[in-house]
Design a protein around this ligand. Structure first.
Ligand code: UDP
Ligand code: MN
Length: 296
């Protein structure tokens, strides 16, 4: 809480004076289209909370737990309650084919969870593909009436530190932790011109991770709709993009620039050692045995 000066009989916001000269110099914190790139040290968390909390926003979080992936829900939800948009109204939408295996989690005030049953699948590529479609139809059915912002997250992950309203924006993407030090010709974009996800070697901004999409509900709705249509168009031509929805997401974001970009602090991988520019890991993918959790 920012201290309120009672003598003033009005609310005062007391925090460190911002500087135009002193700040982080070891990382780039703005894109060439002037969207912020969010790193620790580029924002004041107390100030950011005090700006967004009075807006009484509701945040939707979609998460898929199909087949054996239900085992990741407990840690995902427990750690989200500790670190993710703390103090905000939250609506989790859990999509699963095993509703009875969804753990009961103690949610703090203003936070709700609904379980939505969806079919299972024998191909993980298909599960990945259907996420876009299911998010889209659920936005149509309920989310657009129930929330202001939405985050679509991978379930095989945990929160470790604050992920707050500094992440809110019209269209928000996260930089994949595996490729941020590479040149764009090395990114695993879809490289076959026959695919609607095609990105030539001399194009591309960053390689965005498919484990997080965020933004205003309507902007994410449009994204999922476009990606879904292109995915189906590819399927009609018997082509599946290199990294399924992640490839389509990257193609979409190249021509529809995100208004905010989250640094790899917001999407790390547990097997990867922390690098010097990453001061805090906020969210990371857990190490999993693919043979053990995937249907094939
Ligand atoms: N998923 C699922 N069941 C599966 C495969 C995937 O529920 O059998 C969902 C789950 O939410 C997972 C996401 O799809 O987090 C992406 O798949 P995965 O995490 O396996 O991809 P990776 O992060 O390893 O590329
Ligand atoms: Mn994952």
């Amino acid at each position: 809480e920012i201290p309120i000066d009672e003598d003033q009989k009005s609310t005062r916001l007391l925090y460190k004076q911002p500087s135009v000269l002193v700040g982080r110099t070891d990382v780039v914190s703005v894109t060439p289209w002037l969207a912020p790139i969010v790193w620790e040290g580029t924002f004041d968390p107390v100030l950011v909370d005090n700006i967004y909390k009075p807006m009484n926003l509701t945040i939707a979080t979609t998460v898929f737990a199909i087949g054996k992936y239900v085992r990741f829900l407990q840690d995902f939800l427990d750690t989200a309650e500790k670190h993710f948009m703390v103090g905000f109204n939250m609506r989790y939408y859990v999509f699963t084919d095993r509703p009875h295996d969804v753990p009961s989690v103690n949610l703090t005030r203003g936070r709700h969870l609904s379980v939505i049953q969806v079919p299972g699948s024998n191909r993980w590529q298909e599960i990945s593909a259907r996420r876009m479609e299911i998010i889209q139809t659920t936005i149509e059915r309920q989310i657009r009436r129930e929330a202001d912002y939405i985050f679509c997250l991978d379930v095989d992950s945990k929160f470790h530190a604050r992920w707050g309203p500094e992440s809110l924006g019209r269209l928000v993407a996260v930089i994949h932790p595996g490729y941020y030090e590479q040149t764009r010709d090395r990114f695993p974009y879809e490289r076959r011109p026959a695919s609607t996800a095609y990105i030539p070697m001399d194009e591309g901004d960053y390689y965005y991770g498919g484990a997080m999409i965020g933004g205003f509900v309507e902007d994410v709705y449009t994204l999922t709709k476009v990606c879904q249509t292109r995915f189906e168009e590819d399927a009609g031509n018997s082509i599946e993009a290199a990294w399924q929805e992640e490839s389509h997401l990257n193609r979409y974001l190249l021509y529809n620039k995100p208004s905010k970009v989250l640094s790899p602090e917001y999407l790390w991988q547990d097997f990867k050692a922390k690098t010097k520019e990453v001061k805090v890991i906020r969210f990371s993918g857990v190490i999993k045995n693919y043979a053990d959790v995937r249907p094939n």
